[in-house]
Design a protein around this ligand. Structure first.
Ligand SMILES: [Zn+2]
Ligand SMILES: [Zn+2]
Ligand SMILES: [Zn+2]
Ligand SMILES: [Zn+2]
Length: 301
């Protein structure tokens, strides 16, 4: 069985049909008799090239326009089942339903005849992760590329502390970076378990909260009247429903509580889910805050 794998024309360029290099309109495709695929040359040759890997498996590379893998109607990425009308116009299941099974190109019925050739091609296609330039060596199946990329541990983040810090790194690099460059702590936390954190407003503008597999940041925005507190996570914005958190603090006899879904640190509107304001108490120069983070049902990828 022949399998296909797509890779960028330059290994240091992220592979995405949305971010093409200026002079190349197609992506390289590698077709191999079996996986794992042999490493590709960083300077791939021409349109198609036959080769044989060390273990004797044959493969070849080619370039193609990745737009052919999109539904022509809604422009979403195609996945099985893929339908075609009698004239061969392609439509995804959702478009067939929305258009009442009428092909928008030729008005013939669509939604019954499958395009098995294209389904087979897409099923066999493996493609480089868009974070390949940051060290990801994985080549997920084309149909699973987006799922992989939203959880890829090679995703880069810029430092969110402001103040001119230009650091860009992967999630795992931030505890050390925060400690060495900004003096901010990292505290371990278990999902579903309350953690009590004492915050000193002048020193704790950010506290990293590390779980077994994710990194969160407790943001302590120091305001004239008190602290504005919220939690964000280091991850793709597509995962913003994955984590919920609660904050609580005692202010005299009053208990202050707040619950929200965690936003991604990649969001420009970082306080979009709101925050808890804990007013200063004249007799204390610190805040005792309780934090709990829950994984929502959808986040078990
Ligand atoms: Zn569609
Ligand atoms: Zn048609
Ligand atoms: Zn990746
Ligand atoms: Zn920094």
């Amino acid at each position: 069985m022949v399998r296909f794998a797509a890779q960028s024309s330059q290994l240091m360029q992220p592979v995405s049909k949305r971010f093409r290099t200026e002079d190349v309109d197609e992506e390289d495709v590698v077709c191999s008799s079996s996986l794992p695929l042999p490493p590709l040359s960083p300077h791939p040759t021409h349109v198609a090239e036959g080769a044989r890997s060390n273990n004797g498996e044959s493969y070849f590379s080619a370039r193609f326009d990745p737009d052919v893998l999109d539904c022509n109607i809604c422009l979403e990425t195609l996945a099985s089942p893929i339908f075609q009308c009698v004239n061969g116009h392609i439509a995804c299941p959702s478009c067939c339903q929305k258009l009442s099974n009428v092909c928008p190109s030729c008005q013939k019925p669509v939604g019954i005849i499958r395009c098995l050739g294209l389904e087979k091609l897409i099923e066999s296609l493996h493609i480089t992760c868009k974070y390949a330039e940051y060290g990801c060596l994985q080549m997920p199946k084309f149909s699973l590329k987006k799922d992989h990329e939203v959880t890829c541990k090679h995703m880069p983040f810029t430092c969110l502390t402001g103040g001119g810090c230009a650091f860009v790194g992967q999630m795992d690099a931030f505890p050390e970076h925060f400690r060495d460059n900004h003096g901010f702590r990292t505290i371990k936390l278990d999902y579903g378990a309350w953690l009590t954190v004492t915050l000193f407003p002048k020193n704790d503008s950010f506290v990293l909260l590390k779980t077994e597999d994710e990194l969160f940041v407790l943001c302590n925005g120091v305001q004239p009247l008190g602290s504005a507190l919220h939690v964000m996570f280091f991850g793709d914005v597509a995962r913003e429903d994955d984590f919920e958190y609660e904050l609580s603090a005692d202010k005299g006899k009053t208990k202050l509580k707040f619950a929200a879904t965690a936003r991604s640190v990649l969001q420009t509107d970082k306080q979009g889910s709101g925050f808890l304001v804990v007013p200063w108490m004249s007799e204390k120069n610190y805040i005792v805050l309780n934090v709990i983070i829950h994984r929502s049902r959808v986040c078990f990828r």
